[in-house]
Design a protein around this ligand. Structure first.
Ligand code: NAD
Ligand code: DAU
Length: 370
């Protein structure tokens, strides 16, 4: 039995990781720390909290005293650090929060974990996994090879720059202090519990509500999509068997441009409405409710400033060293993801009420059709 600290465990990937961890290693003690910022939701964790399968702590990764007390009480020898501000558009509107959590938060957690493990003589068998992003590598041209672990860092958004800074800190702690840390740089995730500000859930929910589907620019930007369950499998593998001090890139091998992704979402919804006639009564504003296509809602709008053109990941190292490969191709992962949002209307209605509406006005109010 081991004791694990997962930060950001009430976010999209964090919740999926908590469930994946519980399933894979049911006897471990899981301590979940999350500040419960706007993207957090503990609904799916509540049964685990209630039956004491996990310990949930509401708190900030910048709070050194709190982190110290968690190490004293639970002695975690594994840390999976996911807590972050994660949305590129928000980082453009309000970068400071990104520096606070992604840079200072990572620094505080690293420093406190190092002290705790040193004092306990645990450095030799502890592991700190820093969960990062492919965005630190910048943007690829159409013919460039995918990002590898030796690609130079060229972050373009405040979000990417803050994650890059945190990666550099982790690396410096490994080299300078012997911190037993590893880094993963992963491509775009999708799947259950993703906050509706991100492309895939945003498009599903807008289509269901008959709202325009705001594709930035000409929609030619490319992302490498990875199902969140494949990401969680990779994180478990790296934490268990990765080499200390190493970086592992994690990708889906599913490069798609945004036009095609949004088109696929529309087609998937159209088919769902044709299959299940009850959906028309639940979502009467959706064009598919009256036999039309969700594609009629697609609207090209003002681009994201500094919009990275293409991300693609070379996961050869992860596959070669740890035998980890993604199992879900994009078309097979998208269908159940769309179905998950159809089946969890109350979840996204909760998430999209209140402050979320103000964000939508702020981010989309100024964008004009192009
Ligand atoms: P998310 O925004 O859904 O979740 C982030 C979680 O961190 C939230 O629950 C939030 O409450 C928590 N948090 C924020 N500030 C905090 C603070 N100061 N202290 C404690 N908790 C705090 O993000 P996600 O998509 O689940 O991403 C998780 C991690 O994975 C991030 O580090 C992100 O950079 C990285 N990542 C995400 C993707 C992706 O496609 N979503 C891809 C690669 C890497
Ligand atoms: O690559 C990994 C990263 O993927 C993670 O590190 C980030 O945390 C995660 O948010 C994601 O970043 P992106 O900026 O790629 O994801 P997002 O869902 O915001 O956008 C995906 C693409 O869709 C991007 O090219 C911008 C575009 N887009 C997005 C939104 C929200 C639109 O065209 N319209 C939109 O309304």
């Amino acid at each position: 039995m081991e004791s694990i600290l997962i930060t950001g465990g009430a976010g999209f990937i964090g919740q999926n990781l908590v469930h994946a961890w519980r399933a894979a290693r049911p006897t471990d003690r899981l301590v979940v720390l999350d500040a419960m910022a706007y993207a957090a939701n503990i609904r799916s964790l509540q049964p685990l909290i209630a039956d004491r399968s996990i310990v949930f702590v509401k708190g900030d990764v910048r709070d050194a005293a709190l982190i110290r007390s968690l190490f004293e009480e639970h002695n975690p020898t594994r840390v999976a650090h996911l807590a972050a501000e994660s949305h590129v558009d928000r980082s453009i509107v309000d970068p400071e929060a990104f520096l606070q959590t992604n840079v200072l938060g990572t620094f505080t957690l690293l420093n406190t974990a190092l002290d705790a493990w040193r004092s306990a003589g645990a450095l030799g068998h502890a592991r700190f996994l820093h969960v990062s992003t492919d965005e630190v590598y910048g943007s690829l041209g159409p013919a460039d090879p995918p990002f590898s672990e030796s690609s130079p860092y060229r972050p373009n958004s405040p979000y990417a720059a803050s994650k890059a800074a945190s990666d550099h800190l982790v690396r410096a702690y490994v080299t300078t202090y012997g911190m037993p840390a590893l880094i993963t740089n992963c491509s775009n995730n999708y799947g259950p519990y993703q906050h509706p500000e991100k492309l895939i859930p945003l498009m599903i929910i807008h289509a269901l509500e008959g709202k325009p589907l705001p594709v930035y620019g000409d929609g030619s930007n490319i992302r490498d999509w990875l199902h969140v369950s494949d990401h969680c499998d990779a994180l478990l593998a790296v934490l268990a068997r990765g080499r200390i001090g190493e970086t592992y890139n994690v990708g889906g091998g599913n490069e798609r441009n945004n036009r095609d992704v949004v088109g696929l979402i529309c087609d998937t919804l159209d088919r769902a409405f044709a299959r299940d006639t009850r959906l028309a009564a639940r979502f009467p504003s959706c064009p598919a409710a009256t036999g039309g296509s969700c594609r009629s809602l697609i609207s090209y709008v003002t681009d994201r400033p500094g919009h990275d053109h293409r991300y693609a990941i070379d996961s050869t190292k992860l596959a070669g060293e740890l035998g980890n490969r993604p199992g879900i191709d994009f078309e097979h992962g998208l269908e159940p993801t769309v179905q998950w949002y159809l089946d969890h209307e109350s979840w996204w209605r909760d998430v999209t009420s209140g402050a979320y509406k103000a964000w939508i006005d702020k981010n989309y109010g100024f964008r004009i059709a192009v």
